[in-house]
Design a protein around this ligand. Structure first.
Ligand code: C2E
Ligand code: CA
Ligand code: CA
Ligand code: CA
Length: 279
């Protein structure tokens, strides 16, 4: 876009200037949001796509509500939090909160419920990450088997040796690992095969394609096939209608999440939703 714009230098630099000002402003308000606890976490159920439709887990998703009641979407502030290093503290907080929440959720009668937590690459690469992970397990007493970290495909592929070692150490704690947004990056299959991971998560973009006649579903079915070959479970995100769920199930994808089942919910809402389903 930078290159294609005509007469562009002036336009570009003014735009860039205002973009920087906007980022600085956003970063300042993120800092104060953290301090005044205007960040919170919502949880979206993950279900078995088969007939029983059991809830198998929940994904923790961060939210930021401004003083005026408006929301700043994570896609906007996570990159900023990463660039400024704030993601380390924020991510650690999400991890702890989610582990504590898992204890309460499992007590509702779902002892095997899984908690999936998104982990940014900055956080994952931080030298204290494993210690913090361990501390969260010890402090909450959760079964590590019930904790899953979601890292993106691009993160998993960068700096192969370091990643491989860290992933092994995470796995040694008993925690499982899912590759998020799978299909959006450029994984080398030989590298993927070496990674100690448990699950592939089909990105929403490929799930929404399922309804289209032309290219619909090719990537989703490839991911399912890949999962089968590598012995990994596959979960689909962003399922919005029955047709998508049926197609995925037919392809051999057994788990999913999306608005068809539930939107991300605050703990009280989630608790009611779970209790209604268990009843
Ligand atoms: P993601 O991990 O790929 O999460 C899936 C996104 O899809 C979430 O957006 C979720 O609310 C949304 N979603 C779920 N089901 C549906 C559906 O049926 N239809 C549609 N249209 N959307 C659906 P959200 O919550 O805005 O999060 C956006 C991204 O922000 C996440 O993408 C993740 O990359 C990042 N993120 C969120 N929370 C955290 C966090 O605690 N730590 C880190 N590092 N990243 C986070
Ligand atoms: Ca995710
Ligand atoms: Ca995604
Ligand atoms: Ca993502």
């Amino acid at each position: 876009a930078k290159k294609s714009r005509r007469g562009s230098f002036v336009t570009f630099s003014t735009e860039m200037g205002s973009d920087i000002r906007e980022r600085v402003r956003l970063l300042q308000s993120l800092r104060s949001a953290v301090e005044s606890e205007r960040l919170f976490i919502v949880y979206q159920p993950q279900v078995n796509l088969g007939r029983d439709g059991d809830v198998v887990g929940v994904e923790a998703l961060i939210r930021w509500r401004n003083e005026d009641g408006t929301f700043v979407p994570p896609d906007r502030f996570i990159p900023l939090a990463e660039a400024s290093g704030m993601i380390v503290a924020i991510g650690d907080w999400v991890l702890r909160m989610s582990c504590h929440e898992l204890v309460r959720l499992q007590a509702l009668g779902l002892p095997n419920l899984r908690m999936s937590v998104n982990v940014s690459q900055i956080q994952f690469r931080h030298p204290e990450f494993l210690d913090k992970l361990n501390a969260a397990l010890i402090d909450t007493g959760i079964n590590p088997k019930c904790l899953e970290l979601e890292i993106t495909e691009s993160v998993a592929m960068e700096d192969a040796d370091f990643m491989l070692e860290t992933l092994h150490l995470v796995r040694e704690l008993g925690i499982s690992i899912a590759i998020d947004d799978f299909g959006t990056g450029y994984s080398s299959l030989s590298h993927l095969r070496q990674l100690p991971i448990d699950r592939l998560k089909i990105d929403r973009a490929f799930v929404s394609e399922l309804n289209q006649q032309v290219s619909g579903g090719h990537i989703a079915s490839m991911v399912v096939e890949l999962g089968r070959n590598l012995n990994l479970t596959v979960i689909a995100e962003g399922i919005e209608d029955e047709a998508q769920a049926e197609t995925l199930l037919r392809m051999g994808c057994h788990e999913g999440q999306g608005y068809l089942y539930a939107k991300p919910m605050v703990p009280l809402q989630l608790k009611e939703w779970l209790q209604a389903r268990l009843a």
